[in-house]
Ligand binder design. Sequence first.
Ligand code: SF4
Length: 207
Amino acid sequence: MKICEYFRSIQGEGLMIGVPTYFIRTAGCNLRCEWCDTTYAQEGGIDAAIDEIMEMVDDTENVCITGGEPLLQKDLPELLDRLLDKNKKVVIETNGSMDISWIPKDERVLVSLDIKCPSSGMSEKNRLSNLEHMGKKDQLKFIIGDRIDLAYAIRFLRENPVDTNVIFSPVGGMDLLPIAEEVVQRKLNVRVLPQLHKIIWGDKRSV
Ligand code: SF4
């Protein structure tokens, strides 16, 4: 598996926001989002065997596998099995372009699936067939860069009703207020959340 970095930090996004988490960041991504904040993980990385990765994971209860795009790694199913054997709770963050149907429907596994909005330049890569594999415990994440993205996300949910958690979060500096106002006015069943790690650490890596 190609690894970019390991670190212990605070989960900055989604349902697990604020929870101490051990991060495994894989290297390599098939997308190139305009506002990508982990460009250093788009390519390269160091080869690591699953045994080596498991030696790095500490006793933190929660583990997040992120990227890059973790689902590009062919031995990801084995890593997931090994983490579950250790009774870890695992968040898998994926960019929404890869098939998620193989991921076990296990209460300890939370799939965090991005829906790429227009400002990313990658919205044509959204793999809509993934929606049918999302469980109630999972999360669909829209990173909102501007009002066009906000309108896109609202329309997407109208056209693709889902029975899972939905998160709206702003790209970096965008104000939360217009997102929150729209959600309240339209009575959307959506959580509006900041990217907490950006508030705490800014653009520095949250290691
Ligand atoms: S999917 Fe994630 S890692 Fe890949 S380019 Fe987009 S933001 Fe960056």
